[in-house]
Write a protein that binds this ligand. Structure first.
Ligand code: ADP
Length: 489
């Protein structure tokens, strides 16, 4: 019984007459018998359980493998509670010393376990306290930092600029910008410590969703102009004008994703797409997709992204700056809003961050049809940035079947659609399907026919039909684009 000797719980083996033939080290020590335990009656250890000695005593106990709370008696007749399981073996087992046994008792000292769990609880409590003290310290320090930074900022802004040389004016602008950056870092650290301490509460209220997006866009307009990259934003017409949510925090998530997208993109475009993906009563799920054509992220580094203070590598912080807190805060905020944040990326090709959140609908909006329904490129539906290098024409070329922009968008929508099907997110799949249908509105009848069949298969959640019609649709799209190439030659 080598295995039993090392066990932390007490193990006793006894024969059909109740005589103990083996006791492991834990049992010998805890029951304080030492080696004198073998040969004793099991009834001496559990007198309340086996009232009479020998086989008669054993007969009164049901060896059904159930765990029971019993009293175990030490040699000095003091007792302690144990959680014990007794089993009857199918056949006698012979020990090395020649004795045999046919019953096994395994028992744990409850008091010891309770004491241990009390100790664990205490350690946990102490760790919680330490974390609380640390968060409070961080919160205090950052508050203290904010006062002088705002002092500098306020004073620099008050300084009269007239009559100053260009270089002094540039220096003052730089001081102002640095203070702004410092404030952003302080706010990030404050949010992070509040989130970590579980002290963060959302403040939902009714607000205009599209006005919020305009505000987000305006926040980045100078950067977009400065970098000369394209910026494109589209909002599903199914999202009502007013929603209930924590506007400030939604803005914060979008601002962070957009400033990263702009920071890490030198050429190409940044796009923001917002879809309504589900509605349950007066709650609605919104799905945001922020894509860029920037430096991208290695698959191996994706795991690290949402951890606090994590940047992909040290050269990133040297070249682009940042604290590595932004995405962690985004993740925590998104989760507080009942959603998830994910990233898809390819090195040197770009990244797509997507997140979902649950927001509320006010009573007026719950039953109201959105006046901007349908995929039209009017201001309420699709907002082309004034800074866009694609200009207002891109929306039209996306809508026009057969253009490269339309093909690219179709491909993206189809791959998202099939992903949703694989994840059995039918509601989201239907949404992507609706966009596919609208993108193929001007397509030849064969493409439209397959799009319609795919739509019907999705509505029925018929997986086999979906994969069949999906392939057919892709094939007909492929054939058409090949034909297009042919005629262009
Ligand atoms: P930081 O404030 O340092 O930008 P974040 O948490 O927002 O912190 O981002 C962490 C790291 O994730 C960045 O330093 C960068 O390495 C990577 N990252 C985030 N967004 C992108 C993106 N759009 N493209 C490439 N890398 C990104």
């Amino acid at each position: 019984m080598e295995w039993a000797e090392e066990a932390l719980e007490m193990i006793l083996a006894f024969d059909k007459d109740g005589s103990i033939t083996y006791a492991n080290a834990a049992a010998r020590e805890k029951l304080e018998y030492g080696d004198a335990l073998t040969g004793r009656q099991i009834g001496e250890i559990f007198p309340a359980t086996f009232r009479s000695p020998g086989a008669a005593g054993l007969a009164s106990y049901s060896f059904d493998r159930a765990t029971r709370q019993l009293l175990a008696y030490r040699q000095n007749k003091t007792c302690f509670p144990v959680e014990a399981r007794m089993i009857a073996l199918k056949a006698d087992k012979r020990l090395e010393n020649g004795c045999s046994f046919c019953y096994l008792c395994m028992a744990n000292d409850i008091l010891e376990r309770e004491h241990l769990s009390r100790e664990i609880e205490q350690v946990r409590e102490e760790a919680k306290q330490a974390a609380k003290v640390k968060s409070e310290f961080v919160a205090n320090v950052t508050h203290e930092l904010r006062t002088p930074v705002n002092g500098i900022l306020g004073n620099v802004r008050e300084l009269p600029r007239e009559g100053l040389s260009d270089s002094v004016r540039r220096s003052l602008d730089l001081v102002e910008r640095c203070c702004g950056d410092m404030n952003k870092i302080i706010n990030n650290i404050l949010d992070f410590s509040k989130l970590e301490a579980g002290k963060f509460t959302l403040e939902p209220r009714r607000f205009s969703f599209r006005r919020m997006l305009d505000y987000v866009k305006a926040n980045h307009s100078s950067k977009i102009t400065e970098k000369g990259i394209g910026f494109f934003m589209s909002v599903s017409p199914k999202i009502p004008e007013y929603i209930i949510g924590d506007e400030l925090r939604i803005v914060q998530i979008l601002n962070n994703l957009l400033s990263n997208a702009l920071k890490f993109t030198a050429v190409g475009k940044v796009t923001v797409e917002v879809l309504k993906t589900a509605q349950v009563g007066e709650r609605m799920e919104l799905y945001f997709i922020v894509s860029d054509t920037g430096i991208g992220i290695d698959a191996a580094d994706k795991e690290k992204l949402f951890q606090s203070f994590s940047q992909v590598d040290a050269s990133i912080s040297r070249k682009y700056g940042g604290t590595g807190l932004g995405l962690n805060i985004c993740k925590q905020l998104v989760e507080l809003m009942g959603g998830r944040i994910e990233v898809e990326s390819r090195k040197n090709q770009g990244s797509t961050f997507s997140f979902s959140i649950w927001v509320g609908l006010s009573e007026e909006e719950q039953n109201q049809e959105n006046p901007t329904a349908g995929i039209r490129t009017d201001a309420g539906v699709r907002t082309d940035s004034r800074h866009s290098s694609f200009g207002g024409g891109e929306a039209d070329s996306i809508k026009t079947y057969g253009t490269p922009e339309n093909r690219e968008q179709l491909e993206r929508m189809l791959s998202k659609l099939i992903l949703c099907v694989e994840m059995e997110n039918w509601e989201k799949a239907e949404l992507f399907m609706e966009t596919v249908r609208q993108l193929t509105e001007g397509a030849p009848s064969e493409v439209k026919r397959w799009a319609l069949r795919l739509k019907m298969a999705i509505q029925k959640a018929d997986y086999e039909k979906i994969s069949d019609t999906f392939e057919k649709l892709k094939q007909s799209l492929g054939e058409r684009s090949e034909e297009g190439k042919g005629t262009a030659k």
